[in-house]
Design a protein around this ligand. Sequence first.
Ligand code: M6R
Length: 611
Amino acid sequence: MCGIVAYTGKREAYPLILKGLKRLEYRGYDSAGIALVNQGIQVYKKMGKVAVLEDSLLGISLSSQTGIGHTRWATHGEPSDRNAHPHRSSNGKLAMVHNGIIENYALLKQELSNKGYQFDSDTDTEVLLKFIEDIHIHHAGSLEEAVRIALRRVVGAYVIIIVDEDDPETLIAARKGSPLVIGIGKGEHFLASDASPIIEYTKEVVYINDYEVAIVKPDELILKNLGNERITPFITQLDMELAAIEKGGFDHFMLKEIFEQPVSVYDCLRGRLDAQLGTIRMGGVDPHLDKLTNANRIIIIACGTSWHAGLVAEYVLEELCRIPVEVEYASEFRYRNPVIREGDVIIAISQSGETADTLVAIDMAKKQKAFIFGVVNVVGSSISRQSDAGAYTHAGPEIGVASTKAFTAQLVVLMMIALKVGYAKKSIDKVRFLHLINELNEVPEKINFILQSAENIQALAEKYKDARDFLYLGRGYNFPIALEGALKLKEISYIHAEGYPAAEMKHGPIALVDESLPVVFVATKDAYHEKIMSNAQEIKARKGKVLAVISEGDVEFISIADDVMVVPVADELIAPLLSVVPLQLLAYYIGLAKGLDVDKPRNLAKSVTVE
Ligand code: M6R
C-alpha cells in the first residue's frame, strides 16, 4: 500500500514524479503529494487521486531537480490534506514520504510530545520524521546517521525517503518490509515502490533489501546497513517493456488484463509445457521436485485471490499427487502456532510478491525449517527473494486492483506443478498426464472463445446491475471459482456477494433466496453435474434468478437457468481456468454500468504491504 516515487538528477522532477505516481496509484489513492527542493522545500498535497493534486498545481511554477512523491492508502489518520504525505519536520528543513506502518509510533509520539514537539497530522509518518529530526539535532552529526539510529528503534514496516534543504541533491531512503527499487541513470537516480515509474528511463535497477539505507545523489548511490557498513549495490536488468504497463487502447487496465489472458496463459506455459513431446519442464521446480514428491504435507499460504488459487490447487494436488494439502490465509497462519513438521512444504502464492501477511508467514515458516516454494508474478519481489525455490507466473504487470490474469497464471503454474509431481510419484498414469497436458495447452484458445461473448456478458451486467446481493455457488474444482467470482463482484461493484459450496447452500444461505436474488452457478460439466442442477432447481423453486456459467452444449442447464454464460468443454480439473473468465467480465461490466472506477475501487490497494 502507498506508492512512493523520488528523483534526483538533471531533469525536471515534478512531471517525472507526477507520471510515476499515476503509475503507482493502484497502490492507494486516498491522497497524493509532492515535495520539491529548490531554495528550500515546497510541499504540495491533496486528498484524493493524483489528478486532484495535478489540477491544484496548474499554473504554478514547480522547477526542481530533486523531489519526492507519494500516493496514499490511509492507515493512521483519515484521508485528508493534513494526513497526506510528504510530511515536514518541525523546523521545516526535512520532508519525508513513507509506505508502511510504524507500530510503536504512539510511544515515540509520547516521547516527542514530552520534549515539546507538536504534530500537524494523525499519522505515524510524521512521528517517525520528527523522531529522526530530534536525533539529527541532538545526537547525530549527519542525517543518514540519524536515520540509522532512529530505525534501530522502530518497530514495524517502512520504506522512507527524505529530502533535506541543507543537502538539496541528496535523497536518504531506507527499507524494512515494504518494497523499494532504485533505477540507475547517467547522473540521475529514480526511486520507486516498483519498477513501473522507472522503466521508461533506465533498465538498470537495484532492489533495496530490509535494513538497508541508501544515500542517493545524482552521481552516486551508497548503500549501508543500519550498522553503517557499506554494502555493494547489486544491479539487475529489468525485464519489462513500457507497453506492458499502459492501457493499449482499452478503457481500463482490468478489461485489458482480462483480454490478455490468452497471451498471459500462453506465456506461462511457453518454454515449460510441450504438448508434442508430452513434457513439462520448470526451471525453478525441477531441481527441487523431490522436496514436493516426498512432501508429507503441502501447506499453501496466500491472501485474497491468490488464496482462491490455492484452494483450486488443493483439490488438484490432492487428486493428482495424493499428498495432503492445507490452504491457509497468511494472516491467520502467522498469528497462530501452526504445526509445521519436517517434510512439510510451504507453497506461498502472491501476485505482487509484497503482501505483508504472506511475507511474515513465510518468515515464520522458514524459522521452523520449512521449505518455501514461491509462486509469484512480480520478478525480483520480496516473496520471490525470500523463497527457497519457486516458479514465476509470467503474467506480465497487473495494474488493475482486481486480480484477473495473475489468477489464471497462478492456476496454470500450480496445475503444471501438480502434474509433474503426480507423474513423478506415479499417482497418475501417462495417459492422464498426457491428456491433462493437452487440455492445459488448449486453454489460451478456449479463453479466446469465451472473450468473444463479452458483449453478451455486458448485456447481462445491465440486467443484473441493480441487485442488492448476489450468491455464487459452485462444487468441486469450481467451488473456489464461486468464491473468486463473488470477490470480484464485491471489489468492483460494491454489491454484496457471497460465495458458497453449492450443496452447503441448504444449510443456511437458502434463507436469502427470493425473486430479487441473482444466484450465479459455476456449473461446468463434471462428474457430479446433476447435483448442481438439483441445487439450481432448488433456487428456481424459491423464485431466485439463476445465472449460470455452463459448458458449451449443456441444454439441460439452459432449460433451468434464466441466463447463461457459456465456456468450452474441458476436463473438470482444467475448468476453473475457463469458468472464472465470464465472472471477471460480469464483475467488470457491472462496475462499469454503475459508473464506478473499476481500476481503483474504493478503500482497496493492489499491493497490501501493511498487516
Ligand atoms: O499480491 P497478492 O497476490 O499477494 O495479493 C493478495 C490479495 O491482496 C489480492 O489477491 C486481492 O484480494 C485482490 N484485490 C483480488 O482481486
